[in-house]
Design a protein around this ligand. Structure first.
Ligand SMILES: Cc1ncc(COP(=O)(O)O)c(C=O)c1O
Length: 388
């Protein structure tokens, strides 16, 4: 990878150390320019007229995300964020009272809360499959819980509170064997891990724009496998998502866009398409490898600092998120002091990850999340600050 060029494409790299890529990564210049240019076009010619002129770029969004996931553009829909996309899909699954949903200990907080809320409304059971000591979902426990009442497996590929990559493909194989719907949250993995929906064998997947994909904030996408889309009836419809035939009839679109809203952040959608193309052009396997190596380097450097504890489980299936804490200072205070010195990181709060942190006996901890444009020199500077 041409790191110098990639950093040059990312102007803020010259001014700060950005280790908060799992929060929101820095966008490449091309992404920011595409968004600004579209907003300027809207200002000059009008919003609808600008969208009409940008129809090619808007269509490219679907091709770009399909290229990222190795699927058909018909299987992609734009979503305002991953959580909304995820909920659209959950509410479209044909559940029956008494059905069960299996999820993981590391499920993203808002997904899990949505499951609780949904289960209460629809008399559905939720079961959490625990992680093993390696932080990965216990596949044997999952296998044992699979029976004809299980309608959905919902898994978060990479959680926001740990660098562990879940065995999404092995879960997909089980789901497919048992003919159970499988919904994968790839919000943290999109852009930093190779994602091939055919290999993953997921029926549905969601992602967000602003994290490792380096897209604009307030953007996301969803994928629905073509073979199941007709079984997923959206909870709501609108003019854009149906063919209105008479006073009493309409037909829902037969592709993933049945989950879209007509009104959306057009400039953001263009920007996310540009970001996905940029990610694919940069090379996801090479990006994944570099991120993995940088994060491994950071973990081992952190382990050598007295008073710093690293919280990643013992597995080689780790990506760019690195969690740690200091004996001497609260997570929040440390985070703020780093920020004062031009280093962005974040705090992962127990309240946002109750299932996982309570089982692991953790309270609020620090998180440094690396992208391929970070460098070994930045890691040295970061650790130097921590030591001081
Ligand atoms: C694993 C995971 N899933 C989902 C989300 C939510 O994404 P969005 O804010 O786009 O809804 C996040 C955000 O932090 C996340 O880390």
């Amino acid at each position: 990878m041409d790191i110098e060029q990639l950093r040059h494409d990312t102007p803020a790299c010259a001014r700060l150390i950005h280790f908060n890529n799992a929060g929101a990564a820095l966008s490449p210049q091309a992404v920011t320019t595409s968004v600004i240019e579209h907003l300027q076009l809207e200002q000059q010619v009008g919003g609808y007229e600008a969208a009409a002129r940008a129809s090619g770029q808007l269509e490219q969004f679907y091709h770009a995300i399909a290229g990222l996931l190795n699927c058909n553009p018909r299987e992609i829909a734009y979503a305002e964020n991953a959580s909304r996309g995820w909920n659209h899909l959950l509410h479209a699954i044909p559940f029956e009272p008494g059905d069960r949903i299996l999820t993981g200990q590391s499920e993203y907080a808002s997904n899990y809360l949505s499951l609780l809320h949904f289960a209460r409304q629809k008399q559905i059971g939720i079961e959490v499959i625990e992680n093993g000591d390696d932080g990965r979902i216990d596949l044997e426990q999952l296998r044992q819980r699979l029976d004809s009442d299980v309608r959905l497996i919902a898994l978060t590929h990479v959680a926001s509170q740990s660098g562990v990559v879940q065995p999404a493909q092995a879960v997909g194989r089980l789901a497919r064997q048992h003919r159970i719907f499988y919904l994968l949250d790839a919000s943290q993995s999109a852009g930093q891990c190779p994602l091939d929906v055919t290999e993953l064998q997921c029926d549905m997947l969601v992602g967000t724009g602003r994290k490792y994909l380096r897209g604009p904030r307030g953007t996301g996408f969803l994928y629905v496998r073509n073979a199941i889309v007709e079984y997923l009836e959206p909870a709501t419809v609108e003019l854009h998502t149906v063919d209105w035939r008479s006073a009493h009839s309409y037909r829902i679109r037969d592709d993933a866009r049945r989950f879209e809203s007509w009104e959306s952040n057009v400039a953001g959608k263009i920007g996310l398409g540009v970001a996905a193309d940029y990610a694919v052009r940069t090379g996801i396997p090479a990006s994944a490898e570099r991120i993995r190596q940088l994060a491994a380097h950071l973990r081992s450097a952190l382990r050598s600092i007295p008073g710093i504890q690293v919280h990643e489980p013992d597995t080689d299936q780790l990506c760019g998120l690195v969690t740690f804490s200091s004996e001497h200072e609260s997570a929040q205070a440390l985070h703020e002091r780093l920020q004062e010195r031009g280093i962005n990181s974040s705090v992962t709060r127990r309240a946002a990850t109750l299932l996982d942190f309570d089982r692991r006996g953790l309270n609020d901890i620090n998180r440094a999340s690396l992208h391929y444009y970070n460098t070994e020199e930045e890691i040295t500077a970061f650790c130097g600050q921590l030591e001081r």
